[in-house]
Design a protein around this ligand. Structure first.
Ligand SMILES: [Fe+2]
Length: 296
């Protein structure tokens, strides 16, 4: 980045799919690597210093990004049964106070647009700070999956809560261990949420027509579940190595024109047993059986 950035109207969560580097902020430096969720509260002035190529999934919200309430006790501490704890949260490491004068461009996100400022001093002239609002990282690889004898529904994967949406992590884990368990999600209709999933790595057993970097969207009220044949294939499978990030919104998720251009136009047909689609057929052969997408 050749400029500094500040979001004046929303918190941000940046999931780092690929790449590493340092997030420079007015609170200090925040190192990040692939698999990290970088949480940046609104009002933070920052700049990404990337080491090589990067691939992110970015969330922005006018509400707050919070740790789910049910993971915390009455004092705000993380409970022992929560899928992560306070040592997994990494605040800024070092604060470097800059005194340089010169020309420093800062772009500020405001009211649906951007304003550009040119400062005559370095914006990181902070000598110290206190409090509990700061940017931090949490690695998806530190999320401890909650598994059970029978199917665990999607709230067990929840990582963050926002206003009217959640972010969940589907991580490698042991599958349902009852002798009679069909270790793949049941069919259902989500009546009050839109489901967006971003596929990070692994074989996506309960999905056909999906690859690394794919995004799927299941609008609310649409019955869905594993495609034909996958439930049978899943029997006897003990674990899954899939990694994905899900965002469920509780209000309609509107698409941009860009999203329309990205639609492959084929995914919806992947439930047809006789689908004449090379990519769908190929992926189905690769399917390892059980599914990460425990709510599908
Ligand atoms: Fe669903």
């Amino acid at each position: 980045m050749e400029y500094f950035f500040r979001n004046g109207e929303g918190d941000e969560v940046i999931f780092v799919h690929e790449g590493s580097g340092t997030l420079e902020t007015n609170f200090g430096e925040v190192p990040y690597k692939d698999g990290d969720y970088v949480v940046i509260p609104r009002g933070t002035t920052y700049r990404f210093r990337a080491d090589g190529p990067q691939r992110y999934l970015v969330f922005e919200t006018p509400g707050l990004i919070e740790i789910p309430r049910r993971y915390r006790n009455q004092y705000g501490q993380l409970l022992e049964g929560a899928p992560y704890y306070h040592r997994d949260i990494h605040p800024p490491t070092e604060l470097h106070t800059h005194r340089e004068k010169g020309e420093f461009p800062v772009k500020v996100r405001v009211r649906g647009g951007y304003q550009s400022y040119l400062l005559d001093y370095h914006p990181f002239d902070v000598v110290g700070w206190d409090g509990y609002l700061y940017p931090w990282t949490f690695s998806i690889h530190d999320f401890e999956p909650i598994t059970g004898r029978i199917h665990q529904p999607p709230p067990s994967h929840q990582t963050f809560q926002g206003r009217n949406f959640v972010i969940c992590s589907f991580c490698p884990r042991k599958l349902d261990f009852d002798e009679l368990a069909v270790p793949i999600p049941y069919h259902h209709s989500n009546l009050q949420s839109e489901e967006m999933i971003y596929y990070v790595s692994g074989n996506f057993g309960s999905r056909k027509g999906v690859n690394v970097g794919s995004i799927t969207l299941h609008p609310s009220g649409l019955p869905h579940g594993p495609q034909p044949g996958l439930a049978e294939k899943s029997i006897g499978v003990r674990e899954t190595h899939e990694l994905a990030v899900m965002c469920d919104t509780f209000h309609p998720l509107k698409l941009t024109k860009l999203a329309k251009d990205l639609d492959d136009g084929k995914y919806w047909r992947s439930w047809y047993e006789g689908a004449q689609d090379d990519r769908v057929a190929e992926t189905a052969d690769d399917a390892s059986g059980a599914g990460l997408t425990s709510h599908f």
